[in-house]
Design a protein around this ligand. Structure first.
Ligand SMILES: [Zn+2]
Length: 386
């Protein structure tokens, strides 16, 4: 399954002077091509991607490595049975013995990229659409914890705590009744505490940023009060469901609704925050040049990118500086610059490697007016000319 750490590992893979191949493959719904014709079509895609590089300037090892990347990818896709075929992201650098296949939950456009880093934008866009979230369904006796990643359940734990039912008997002037009720309440509290212990263990392992609470209204409230602060501040929403009969599909569906609404609001807030704080002294930058400058200084905390934004640019072969097409030499180290087809793709890779969050923005007129790209900063280094 696609995870943030896998994407990060791809951005950290060092090419060591070699070229890398990335491929996104969307399984056609209707198989219009015969097996052999599909292979020919795929080979054409690889040839097309390699053509952008000056092949005669490549070393023999380099050229053979690229050839082997494509062979391996076509073999991998051909080996999948008709029923077992899945949309894939494939990444290879044969000369260094690297090959990775990641099944994708959402269909990408089929394409091949060859470059000195892996093309990861489609992966980041998929993570953006399905951020990992944890759901706790709880009542006074039962609980279930779900960890969802990419719309699939990654972890599921069910718990049952036998709590004696409240008594209707009375005796000794209500003394017995009060005692039993106290006992029942203690058992409920103990149940909630056990659920929280499980939740904390899950959090420690997966560090999810989004927590959703579900159950009957009053149970959720009782439970939420007991949550430790580090979990409580991650609660992004709640929904009502009967813990005794809730199915996985119902939980997944309702959680997804809560998640979508939360993400929509959050992106709107992030856009507003970027627009409000952009400026020489502010903790945000807008526009491509401002963002690239902040990225170079490792100030970026959250990168916001218009869904379809791409832009040609330059990159320093010496220090990795990313800049606009008009630059003649690297302003950072005066090193030589080479043209890159899409500087945004490189910026996404670098942001991920630096531990920044990358979010895609669609359909915001305010954001488009601001150049379709912005970044919120971890800190503000001196005066910035924006
Ligand atoms: Zn440089």
């Amino acid at each position: 399954m696609l995870t943030e750490s896998e994407v990060r590992a791809l951005t950290e893979f060092t090419a060591e002077g070699y070229l890398l191949t990335s491929m996104y493959f969307h399984v056609p719904k209707i198989q219009t091509l015969s097996h052999s014709k599909e292979q020919i079509a795929l080979k054409d895609l690889f040839r097309e991607a390699r053509r952008r590089w000056n092949l005669s300037a490549l070393s023999r090892t380099q050229a053979e490595s690229l050839e082997q990347d494509s062979r391996r990818m076509i073999e991998f896709l051909s080996a999948q049975t008709e029923d077992g075929r899945r949309d894939q992201g494939l990444f290879a650098c044969s000369v260094r013995g690297f090959f990775k296949a990641i099944s994708l939950p959402r269909s990408p456009d089929t394409k091949v990229c060859v470059g000195d880093s892996f093309c990861i934008r489609p992966l980041v866009a998929q993570l953006d659409a399905y951020p990992r979230h944890c759901v706790v369904v709880v009542d006074r006796e039962k609980a279930a914890l779900y960890l969802f990643g990419m719309g699939e359940v990654e972890q599921r734990t069910s718990m049952q705590h036998d709590v004696p039912s409240h008594t209707r008997e009375s005796g000794f002037g209500g003394y017995l009744e009060r005692r039993i009720e106290r006992h029942v309440d203690q058992e409920i509290q103990r149940h909630y505490q056990q659920v929280i212990e499980h939740l904390q263990a899950l959090f420690k392992r997966y560090r999810f940023e989004r927590l959703i609470l579900a159950g009957h209204k009053e149970n959720k409230a009782e439970f939420e009060k007991l949550l430790p602060e580090e979990l409580r501040r991650r609660v992004i929403g709640r929904f009502v469901i009967d813990a005794k009969v809730a199915t996985l599909d119902q939980v997944r569906q309702k959680a997804l609704e809560v998640l979508r609404e939360h993400e929509r609001d959050r992106k709107q807030r992030l856009i507003q925050q970027a627009l409000d704080n952009a400026g020489p002294m502010g903790r945000a930058v807008i526009g491509l040049d401002g963002m690239l400058g902040a990225l170079q200084k490792r100030e970026v905390q959250i990168l916001l990118i218009g869904d379809n934004l791409g832009a040609g640019g330059k990159r320093c072969s010496n220090c990795g500086f990313l800049g606009g097409v008009s630059l003649k030499e690297c302003p950072n180290c005066a090193g030589p610059l080479s043209a890159v087809e899409d500087v945004v793709e490189h910026a996404i890779s670098r942001a991920i490697r630096d531990g920044a969050e990358v979010r895609f923005i669609d359909g915001s007129a305010d954001f488009e007016r601001a150049g379709n790209i912005a970044a919120l900063l971890r800190y503000r280094s001196e005066l910035r000319a924006t």
